[in-house]
Every structure is written in structure tokens, then in C-alpha cells.
Design a protein around this ligand. Structure first.
Ligand code: NAD
Length: 370
């Protein structure tokens, strides 16, 4: 059986890390064929727009997408292609697992949590303007609807149930944001009452950051609005080993797209230095979503063993802090090749030193689309 997947290489380090994921995908034999579509800087050069309609058409047709990072100009220029993709395809649920993998330098090796973020509205709705001609004041509007709160919170509880997780924590700022925060809080309390088997609690965003920096292992599934989720998922990536190893997924009602937490890291673009693991773990999430469980397990295991061996790892995993003994850094393509080489040969019969659920969010199956 084969799968057709839209592939957006993106820009910056995107083409290198998506190529790495393709090499590993080939090694799984899962039968993925790629429909490559350009967005971001290559699309501006070729089509004069960072998000051509053909990209959206491809993803709507295939209902599956693997994506590299795309640069967004800071403080001006075109709107974020990433935000536009989520809004135009209604990819409302951003799922970012933060699970520590193998490294000695992982700051909190017991970290195993999932940040579930509403990805279509809030402060990223794009409703913003200058108040006066002099640009001395500006407004950005946080649009929060009850419908979007309900569906992301329900998604988080369903994911927790399927993944046998024990707790869902809502993160908001309802003490200060008396309307948007309160809307999210009210929706959370009502929906939580329908899931008596799961502990539901709440944290204010500022307190949550402090709690996570002290004891991340106490948290399980975190559900929050767009901006808070964007910030928390980078924080949690740092707790679990860094941006180079943090994958993510976006779910709509019928479409699933997979992209790393990290951005286009322009300073490493074209140097074959970037860590390919985050993008390769996006492939793992894609395979799990497709029900290709053995292939997904093989990819995760091969990544784990490659990081644990520290023979062929990129610079970020070779730094003192991640390893107790210095190791030479390998290239992005060499690490991908090493992971791909291991994929068909890993032994799945012995358990990894972490529970299976940590390496395998069972929740990410296609039934979530229903
Ligand atoms: P970034 O994630 O690109 O980089 C942050 C730091 O992490 C940098 O030091 C970078 O070198 C390092 N890093 C990131 N990925 C790495 C990898 N795979 N291997 C090794 N090191 C890695 O964040 P930024 O610098 O804030 O953003 C750069 C651009 O990416 C911006 O234009 C931003 O808008 C965009 N961005 C895109 C996405 C996306 O496409 N989903 C997400 C975040 C940021």
C-alpha cells in the first residue's frame, strides 16, 4: 500500500532536514511518495508569492503533508506562511510532544509531555493595525471563539484518553484577560467534567513557565491558546533536549501536517549542519498517524540508538552538556544516513529505557480526524 504526501521543503535549513526525512522514509519501505510543493522563499522566486494556491490544493488533495520550516520576515514584510497555512486549511490542533531522548545532557531526562495548542486564532488571528499615522500606537486583537476553545479542549482530552495519559492542564491568563481568558477557562471547566477519568487542572501562563522549569515531569498534556502554546512548546523543547529534536503535528478535521517546532535557522542554511532529528521524528508521527506502527517504531528506535551511541550526531548533540565526553560533530546528511541504515536492522523485541508511550504517542492515529 502506498501513500501520497505533500512535501514542503521550506527555506533556510528546511530543504536539508526534509531531505533527511525522505532518506529515512525510503528506508522504512512504507511506500510514501512525495508531491513536492514550494512555499516561502523558493516560491517567492518562482511564483512571486510565498504561498501559491497550488500548495493548498496539493495538501487538500493528499490530506497529508510533511513540512520544513519557513522564514517569516520580522516586523514587516509578508504575513507568516505558517500561520496562513494553519488558518486556510483549518489546522486547528498543534500537537508538540516534548520527550527526552537518550542524551546525557537532556536537562530533564524524565520529560514526557504534549503541548496542545489552538493554532488558528487568538493573538495570531492577523487582526492588527496602527492606531495613528505616526505609528506611535498599535493594536493586535486576540480573537477567541467558543467554538475553537471547545474543539481544541475536546481534542486534548481525547488525545489524553487515547494515549493513556492521566492529566490535562489548561494554561491561560484569565485573571488579566477577562474575556478571552475567561472564555477558554469556562470551556475547559465544562468539557473537563465529561472526562472524569482524567485529572483536569489550570495554571496561569506565568506560573506554568516557572513550574515547567522546575518539575516538567509532573505535567502530561497541556492545552492552551495560540501564543501561549507557541512559547510553551519551545520552552518544553528546551527541557527535553533542544529544538533540534522537537517534532510537531497539525491536525484539522481531515488534514494532518507534520512540521518541527524549530524555525528555518538561517545561520545554518546550506551548510549541512542542522540537526535532522526533529524532521525525522515528524516522519515518525506521520507514520503513526497512517497506522504504520512498526515503521514508526523503527524510526524512533533508530533515532534513539543513534543519539545514544554518539558516533554520528550533529553539532547540537555533540556539544559538551549534551554529552559528558566531547564527540566530533557530523553533518545533517551523515546523521540521516546513519539513522536510515539502522531502520531495517533495529531490534524491536527489547524495550527502550523509556515507556513505549513516551516514544509513541498512540493518540496520533487517523481516527482523530473523525
Ligand atoms: P529557529 O528555531 O530557526 O532557531 C532558534 C535556534 O535554534 C537557533 O540558534 C538555531 O540555529 C537553532 N536551531 C533551530 N533548528 C535547529 C536544528 N534543526 N538543528 C540545530 N540547531 C537548530 O528560530 P528563529 O531564529 O527564531 O527563527 C528563524 C526563522 O524561522 C524566522 O523567520 C521564524 O519566523 C521562522 N520560524 C518558522 C517556523 C515554522 O516554519 N513552523 C517555526 C519557528 C520559526
Amino acid at each position: 500500500m502506498g501513500y501520497r504526501v505533500s512535501l514542503i521543503p521550506g527555506d533556510g535549513i528546511g530543504p536539508e532536514v526534509t531531505r533527511a526525512a525522505q532518506v529515512v522514509a525510503d528506508a522504512t519501505g512504507a511506500g510514501i511518495s512525495w508531491e513536492v510543493v514550494e512555499a516561502g522563499e523558493p516560491a517567492i522566486r518562482a511564483h512571486g508569492t510565498p504561498l501559491p494556491e497550488s500548495v493548498l490544493e496539493s495538501i487538500r488533495r493528499n490530506r497529508l503533508c510533511l513540512k520544513g520550516p519557513i522564514t517569516t520576515p520580522i516586523g514587516g514584510g509578508f504575513r507568516s506562511v505558517n500561520v496562513a497555512l494553519r488558518q486556510q486549511l483549518d489546522l486547528f490542533a498543534s500537537v508538540r510532544p516534548a520527550r527526552a531522548i537518550a542524551g546525557e545532557g537532556t536537562r530533564f531526562p524524565e520529560t514526557d509531555l504534549i503541548v496542545v495548542r489552538e493554532a488558528t486564532e487568538g493573538l495570531y488571528s492577523g487582526v492588527e493595525h496602527w492606531v495613528d499615522r505616526e505609528h506611535s500606537a498599535a493594536e493586535t486583537v486576540a480573537v477567541v471563539t467558543r467554538r475553537a476553545c471547545d474543539r481544541i479542549i475536546r481534542f486534548a482530552f481525547e488525545l489524553a484518553r487515547k494515549d493513556h495519559r492521566r492529566r490535562v492542564t489548561a494554561v491561560h491568563k484569565a485573571n488579566i484577560m477577562k474575556t478571552t481568558g475567561a472564555l477558554f477557562q469556562t470551556a475547559f471547566r465544562e468539557i473537563a467534567s465529561a472526562y472524569p477519568d482524567i485529572t483536569a487542572d489550570e495554571r496561569l501562563i506565568d506560573n506554568m513557565c516557572m513550574q515547567l522549569a522546575k518539575k516538567p515531569s509532573e505535567y502530561d498534556v497541556i492545552v492552551t491558546t495560540n501564543l501561549f502554546g507557541d512559547i510553551l512548546s519551545d520552552l518544553c523543547a528546551g527541557l527535553a533536549g533542544g529544538l533540534g529534536v522537537a517534532p510537531g503535528a497539525l491536525f484539522g478535521e481531515t488534514i494532518a501536517a507534520f512540521e518541527p517546532v524549530h524555525g528555518s535557522a538561517p545561520k545554518y542554511a546550506g551548510q549541512d549542519r542542522a540537526d535532522p532529528v526533529a524532521e525525522i521524528l515528524c516522519l515518525e508521527m506521520l507514520l503513526r498517524h497512517l497506522g504504520e506502527r512498526e515503521a514508526a517504531d523503527r524510526v524512533f528506535r533508530a533515532v534513539w540508538e543513534t543519539i545514544a551511541e554518539k558516533k554520528v550526531v550533529t553539532y547540537d548533540l555533540a556539544l559538551p552538556g549534551y554529552t559528558s565526553r566531547p564527540v566530533p560533530a557530523s553533518s545533517c546528511s551523515a546523521m540521516a544516513k546513519e539513522i536510515a541504515r539502522k531502520v531495517p536492522n533495529v531490534d524491536l523485541s527489547t524495550p527502550l529505557p523509556r515507556p513505549a508511550s513516551a516514544g509513541a504517542p498512540a493518540s496520533l492515529d487517523p481516527q482523530l480526524e473523525a
